[in-house]
Design a protein around this ligand. Structure first.
Ligand SMILES: [Fe+2]
Length: 285
């Protein structure tokens, strides 16, 4: 019977960090550390005055700004402010440069190998893009207890019908639970295109969470990464206040089964741009 012991729980505040040219690097999740096939997650701290030059090589990369530090992001011959929640989806062979100026710039850096055509399911695999909270769409669940903002997800569309992301290499985004907010109890499994299932993890930023597996519970503090092996059912609750975290699935080819009765928690709606706009449901397929 699966339990909490099947998860990998890593506190990024105390995880071993290694000095690198740009500052510090801590590996929070990798095939070697937790058997997270297809996903490696780093927390990077860029020191003031230092640059982090990232060459994508053969992989997809998603880099997300945890703490801004007056930094900048140079991508595709444009320079952007490295605001909290900003970042870049990088395709194989692309590059990006992050620079810290005033104080430490903290990044969550995810690396994913290029998926096979069956996982892409007809998607072209690109282009890459820069994002921040102004360019991304918020989604609210029907209960009103949870708000999410994907920075990579192929089924999220802009009002004009364009896809946010034209690859199934990775699904990732911010999640906010109001006090008392919780996910349904659920399990993810593989698909014919991705039989081993997706590498799935959460990284909390603000607030405390309570992770549940089969009636076993573990409290987690801000800055904790939790890796869920495929087939291990789980639920996360906000614990003692609101909770902000980041959620990742790679590759984005998996089947989710909801195990709890949550009539309101399964539907998600795009946040309206104007109060008079019609409510539009997010079509997750
Ligand atoms: Fe999950």
């Amino acid at each position: 019977m699966p339990g909490i012991k099947d998860l990998s729980i890593v506190n990024s505040n105390t995880a071993k960090a290694t000095p690198v040219e740009s500052g510090m690097e801590a590996v929070l999740c990798s095939p070697e550390l937790c058997d997270s096939k297809n996903l490696t997650v780093y927390k990077r701290t860029i020191s003031p005055g230092k640059k982090f030059d990232l060459q994508a090589g053969n992989n997809y990369h998603l880099v997300y700004v945890i703490k801004p530090g007056n930094g900048s992001i140079r991508y595709n011959n444009e320079t952007h402010e490295a605001d909290e929640g900003a970042g870049v989806l990088l395709l194989p062979s692309e590059s990006v440069q992050f620079e810290a100026s005033g104080s430490n710039l903290e990044l969550l850096h995810m690396v994913v190998p290029k998926p096979p055509a069956a996982v892409e399911d007809g998607l072209p695999g690109g282009p890459g893009y820069f994002f921040n909270r102004k360019t991304l769409r918020g989604l609210t669940d029907a209960s009103g207890g949870r708000v999410r903002r994907f920075c990579a997800e192929s089924t999220v569309k802009f009002p004009d019908g364009r896809r946010l992301t034209s690859t199934n290499a990775i699904q990732a985004g911010e999640m906010h639970y109001n006090e008392g907010g919780a996910s349904p109890y659920h399990v993810h499994k593989g698909t014919p295109a991705n039989p081993d299932g997706a590498a799935h993890c959460y990284m909390t930023f603000k607030g405390r969470g309570l992770v549940e597996v089969n009636n076993e519970f573990q409290e987690i503090e801000p800055g904790t990464l939790v890796y869920f092996p495929p087939g291990v059912p789980h639920r996360l609750r906000a614990h003692g206040g609101p909770l902000d975290y980041f959620e990742i699935q790679a590759w984005r080819s998996f089947k989710t089964t909801i195990l709890s009765e949550e009539p309101l928690g399964l539907k998600w709606f795009y946040e309206r741009e104007k109060p008079a706009d019609q409510l539009v449901e997010w079509n997750q397929s």
